[in-house]
Design a protein around this ligand. Structure first.
Ligand SMILES: Nc1nc2c(ncn2[C@@H]2O[C@H](COP(=O)(O)OP(=O)(O)OP(=O)(O)O)[C@@H](O)[C@H]2O)c(=O)[nH]1
Ligand SMILES: [Mg+2]
Length: 316
């Protein structure tokens, strides 16, 4: 079967196979991404990040349910989730049983955090693109908001949700990772807990210190993902943010350019690094230089310059 053609028709098996190829860094996978790119840009991408266990997957389950009621097709890319999606597992089973790949409206894929240098954000973004080209109306990316990679992934989305659960600690951690700046909507999940109001005050106070510069005023929504309480309000706010973006086309355009710039930079960094490994093979690779730096024979700047010098001789 022609995987690209099948993926464009929404064939789940083809979609899954292309994503696996991307994860395995296969040249065929990259060739397919080149073809698929022209078909992307239609899906609405929602990112959700937050500390482990705040209820992101449970929230995503409820968001899927809401969007399915509106007959929307939903794709989910979860980056190394430690807890599974209930809807996802049930759905995956149903898909396996019925073989009605084209009729199902939900596709869930987990990506492993392990992988090559800079690999996570690229493969995750590519998975989102595959789903986008395949006709999903909404794509949700779930990441645990701890590292730069995760923050990068969330920046790839149009609306970013930052999720918290009541209790001290999460907020401080968020500030450290810089995720207060990336949130369009702040979700206080587990609002059934008594200290939810205090968390809301804390977050509002922090938002006061970090006002957004683009005209969008971030909002705080309280939810109880386990019961679905607050999901309707959350979806309303996501819609409002979407309206805001669509009315501010220049902002949306800038976001798109920024996103593409990041993509090129990631690919370029990976490729240059690969080339450097190749070019320095004779010297024992980067490790050969690292040994010299460790023994104080040369410094790291000189090592990097020497590696760059190996690029000079030829253009190929
Ligand atoms: N009391 C309460 N528990 C909740 C709520 N939402 C989720 N939980 C529970 O919190 C636990 C973690 O939920 P998950 O949805 O797996 O959290 P997560 O943020 O996706 O976790 P990671 O993917 O591991 O980072 C589960 O046992 C949920 O049932 C809520 O609103 N109230
Ligand atoms: Mg999860």
């Amino acid at each position: 079967m022609n995987l690209v053609e099948e993926a464009l028709k929404g064939n789940y098996r083809a979609i899954a196979r292309i994503i696996t190829m991307i994860e395995n860094d296969s040249p065929e996978g990259i060739a397919m991404m080149k073809e698929l790119h022209l078909h992307t840009g239609k899906a609405y991408v929602i990112g959700i990040t937050g500390a482990p266990g705040v209820g992101k997957s449970t929230l995503v389950d409820k968001i899927i349910e809401y969007l399915r009621n509106e007959k929307k097709k939903v794709g989910v890319v979860a980056v190394d989730p430690s807890s599974p999606f209930s809807g996802g597992a049930i759905l995956a089973d149903r898909i396996r049983m019925q073989h009605h790949f084209l009729d199902e409206g939900v596709f869930i894929r987990s990506m492993a955090t392990r992988g090559s240098f800079g690999g996570l954000s690229r493969t995750t973004k590519d998975a989102v693109k595959v789903l986008d080209a395949s006709g999903f109306d909404f794509i949700i990316i779930e990441t645990v908001g701890v590292g730069q990679d995760e923050v990068d992934v969330v920046k790839f989305s149009k609306t970013t949700l930052v999720a918290f659960a009541p209790g001290l600690g999460d907020e401080v951690q968020a500030m450290k990772a810089g995720i207060m700046e990336i949130g369009d909507i702040f979700v206080i999940n587990k609002a059934d807990r008594e200290d939810a109001d205090k968390t809301e005050m804390d977050i509002n106070a922090m938002l006061g210190l970090n006002p957004k510069k683009n005209g969008w005023v971030p909002i705080v929504v309280k939810t109880v993902a386990t019961t679905g309480e607050g999901i309707k309000e959350l979806m309303k706010q996501i819609d409002l943010h979407r309206d805001f973006l669509e009315k501010n086309t220049s902002f949306l355009y800038e976001k798109e350019i920024y996103k593409s710039e990041m993509e090129i930079a990631t690919i370029l960094k990976e490729k240059l690094f690969e080339r450097a490994l190749e070019k320095t093979k004779a010297e024992g690779g980067i490790r050969g230089y690292a040994e010299k730096v460790a023994s104080r024979e040369i410094d790291a700047y000189t090592a990097a310059e020497k590696i760059l010098d190996t690029f000079k001789c030829c253009s190929n």
